[in-house]
Write a protein that binds this ligand. Structure first.
Ligand SMILES: *[C@@H]1O[C@H](CO)[C@@H](O)[C@H](O)[C@H]1NC(C)=O
Length: 190
């Protein structure tokens, strides 16, 4: 697997600049609905879409098992409001992201459903998209760690810890918002 990947890399890297979704487009409108894509060249998670399940965020999750208005969604849809980051639903209980950068959370990125409380030290703001539509949280970037549920990678906010919750093999990723013109509203699993 690793050898195949190594052989594929030169072609992949060469080709990647031609992929339209890798090129930042115009800055998204403040009310845009978007998916989030991980960028980390020469890795398994380059161009992986963010998935939401079990109150956490993943890359390369085979199935989110969310309840969606327009049939199964292969990745999650988000929007920003007042510096908060939400999962998009046409009409349902709000699902809002939080970050726990405390010693307990180590950069845990999760979401709550409805009135569900966040962990004690969680922060909700501010998520921001820059001119390239790259996402940051209070200036911090993101980390992805392999070997999570169903073979997926878990996503964390960088809190200065290379191995959040003891996870090995984590990689720093850039996270780019890509507009979704016809968003599929979903209720993601808790
Ligand atoms: C989705 O459902 C399948 C089948 O029940 C299960 O194997 C899988 O672990 C579930 N994934 C998540 C993220 O809940």
């Amino acid at each position: 697997m690793f050898k195949e990947l190594a052989l594929a890399i030169p072609f992949f890297v060469g080709a990647s600049t031609a992929l339209p979704q890798a090129t930042p487009g115009a800055k998204l409108a403040p009310d845009a609905k978007f998916s989030l894509m991980a960028l980390r060249s020469a890795s398994e998670v380059h161009f992986a879409g963010f998935d939401a399940a079990k109150s956490s965020l993943f890359l390369n999750l085979p199935n989110q098992n969310a309840s969606c208005d327009a049939g199964p969604a292969d990745s999650a849809t988000f929007y920003l409001q007042d510096g908060g980051l939400y999962l998009y639903a046409a009409s349902a209980t709000p699902q809002q992201l939080y970050v726990d950068r405390s010693g307990m959370g180590q950069g845990k990125l999760g979401y709550t459903t409805g009135a569900q409380p966040t962990p004690k030290n969680a922060e909700r703001t501010s998520f921001t998209l820059d001119e390239s539509n790259d996402l940051t949280f209070n200036g911090a970037g993101f980390i992805a760690c392999p070997n999570s549920i169903d073979g997926a990678w878990s996503v964390w906010v960088s809190a200065g810890i290379d191995k959040p919750a003891g996870n090995e093999g984590c990689l720093g990723i850039s996270v780019r918002a890509v507009e979704v013109s016809e968003p599929n509203g979903c209720l993601y699993t808790e």
